[in-house]
Design a protein around this ligand. Structure first.
Ligand code: DGL
Length: 247
């Protein structure tokens, strides 16, 4: 199968990493809207417009499906994107909520949802978690993690200070939804902060789990063909991909 992966920028590479680790696809077309990132501070109409433009771009390829790696786009634009797409589209919010419910058997478990301002304001995770029977959750917009990750600050004093700033009123969670493409890169620091008993839910692993529950992947692709496209400076995206994905 040939998959298109869409993100607002480089963060969706964390989702590509999961796709590569699980060897699900023969061909991956990645598009990062690096000229217009971040989406997480933009309004609903703008996010939808950018999503629709990406579907037009993906029409140049004969895709079997599209994965929206960006939590912000997944929270706001999937219905509109599906209306104009000629292949199915899967977002990470529904997959992330289902992965959380698979990981937590106790419906009273406390779930902390982290994301961009737009994702948190959309309440998309709240709605999904509620429909799965979970009502004990806290949400926190942690947008500063995005530039920190882009600066490759994955640990250390600045990150610790940011944790203290954001989490001072947060109750100890049983699970943390990493509701933003960038957050898996600071997962080790978050795990150390919340402790080993807290489960971290990663969008990339969640979408793999979701797709595997929907489709039969009878073949593994060890060396898939990946093409990277960006709305600005594709060489920078390719360089980061080479580093993060070790390809
Ligand atoms: N990709 C975005 C997300 O997952 C984070 C970066 C942005 O704000 O565009 O929500």
């Amino acid at each position: 199968m040939k998959v298109g992966v869409f993100d607002s920028g480089i963060g969706g590479l964390t989702v590509v990493k999961s796709l590569l680790q699980h060897q699900l696809f023969e061909e991956i077309i990645y598009y990062g809207d690096t000229a217009r990132v971040p989406y997480g501070i933009k309004d609903k109409n703008t996010i939808i417009r950018y999503g629709l433009e990406t579907i037009e771009f993906f029409k140049n390829f004969e895709l079997d499906l599209i994965i929206v790696a960006c939590n912000t786009v997944s929270a706001y634009a999937l219905d509109e994107m599906r209306d104009i797409s000629n292949c199915p589209i899967y977002g990470v919010v529904k997959a992330g909520a289902i992965a959380t419910s698979n990981a937590l058997k106790d419906k009273n478990s406390n779930i902390l949802v982290l994301g961009t301002k737009a994702t948190i304001n959309s309440k998309a995770y709240n709605t999904r978690l509620h429909s799965l029977g979970y009502d004990n959750f806290q949400t926190k917009a942690t947008g500063l993690f995005v530039p920190l990750v882009e600066e490759e600050i994955f640990s250390g004093e600045i990150l610790e200070a940011t944790f203290k700033h954001y989490f001072k009123d947060i109750k100890q969670p049983d699970a943390v939804i990493l509701g933003c493409t960038h957050f898996p890169l600071i997962a080790p620091a978050l795990q150390a902060y919340f402790g080993e008993d807290t489960q971290l839910i990663h969008s990339g692993e969640a979408i793999v789990e979701y797709l595997e529950s929907k489709f039969t992947f009878s073949k593994k692709y060890e060396n898939p063909h990946i093409k990277f496209f960006a709305s600005e400076n594709p060489d920078a995206l390719k360089a980061i991909a080479a580093k993060w994905l070790k390809i």
